[in-house]
Design a protein around this ligand. Structure first.
Ligand code: BV8
Ligand code: ZN
Length: 243
């Protein structure tokens, strides 16, 4: 791994614009369960039962109980050294974050430019009038209502079968098309359209550095693949005085 770290550092040192592209593995060391790992979130609950608009229409109470449980799990958690390394790099490099995660931990670590492809677990949206706002109540009233029209609120999260916010997608595409290097961290590369974004960056001329604790079938395109944890590897490749 040492050689890969050195190679990754050289690529980063030569780069001006960087995109950090993260998945659930970015937050695993903070204690946020991933989706498909051994302690995978979906294991105890099937995605189809919970993170879909049909599930919410059919049984909003169960879906809200699952999100309330996840919110209560995430609320006390702090970012890890990987989140802080990305946030710290913005003093020296033009670095943006594109994340599939809904936990808000990149922002909590101080990252300014964060595109949340799948929304944010700390925001809610009215199913009637579309009003959207922050809500960090833990526990949240199960079946929360809109103060404006008393419609049912839902998590402002992109569920399976729902389109991503076009403005977030176009901002992400713009960032990836200009990135000198894209650091792909902690994602299994399964969920679309997020999983195609690294390849898009590569086609647009970006170098790809991938950080994961296991080989991922999704990415054969990495210029450097570093087997390791996000919280351990990112400080080594992003911090100025590392090594
Ligand atoms: C869309 C919010 C179209 C929810 C999420 C068949 C049937 C139905 C749908 C589809 C289908 N085939 C394809 C689809 C499309 C579907 C999809 O891709 N499904 C997959 C499962 C095949 N996609 C969609 O539905 C998307 N929408 O296509 O809309 C459309 C267009 C127009 C009009 C109408 C419709 C929407 C996808 C968004 C779904 N929402 N999240 C919530 O969080 O509650 S996705 C969910 O998975 C999370 O956001 C998560 O981030 C994301 C991706 O997973 P990963 O982040 O990669 O996490 P995972 O656990 O998989 O992997 C963790 C990785 O980290 C592993 O590699 C592990 O090794 C590594 N790791 C672990 N620890 C560490 C580590 N790495 C480093 N350090 C560590 N310490
Ligand atoms: Zn409303």
């Amino acid at each position: 791994m040492k050689g890969d770290i050195q190679k990754a550092r050289e690529i980063i040192d030569e780069s001006k614009t960087i995109v950090a592209f993260s998945g659930a593995g970015m937050s695993a060391e903070c204690g946020v369960p991933t989706f498909r790992g051994k302690d995978g979130l979906w294991k105890n609950h099937s995605a189809q039962d919970l993170a879909t608009p049909d599930a919410f229409k059919r049984d909003p109470r169960t879906v809200w109980q699952w999100y309330d449980w996840r919110r209560s799990l995430i609320k006390p958690l702090e970012p890890n050294l990987g989140h802080y390394a990305i946030a710290g790099a913005q003093e020296r490099k033009d670095i943006s974050v594109i994340t599939q995660n809904v936990d808000g931990l990149h922002r909590k670590a101080g990252s300014q430019d964060v595109s949340e492809l799948h929304g944010n677990i700390w925001r809610v949206r009215c199913t009637e009038c579309g009003m959207e706002k922050d809500n960090t109540d833990v526990p949240i009233d199960i079946l929360p209502k809109c103060d404006e029209c008393s419609g049912l609120l839902r998590p402002a999260i992109v569920w399976f079968g729902e389109p991503l916010d076009p403005s977030v997608v176009s901002r992400s595409s713009e960032l990836l098309s200009k990135a000198d290097v894209t650091i792909v961290v902690g994602t299994s590369g399964i969920v679309q359209p997020a999983a195609s974004m690294a390849a898009y960056a590569k086609e647009s001329g970006s170098k790809i550095i991938e950080v994961n604790i296991e080989e991922t079938p999704g990415y054969g395109i990495a210029d450097v693949f570093i087997l390791g944890k996000a919280g351990e590897v990112l400080p080594q490749i992003l911090e100025e005085d590392a090594l």
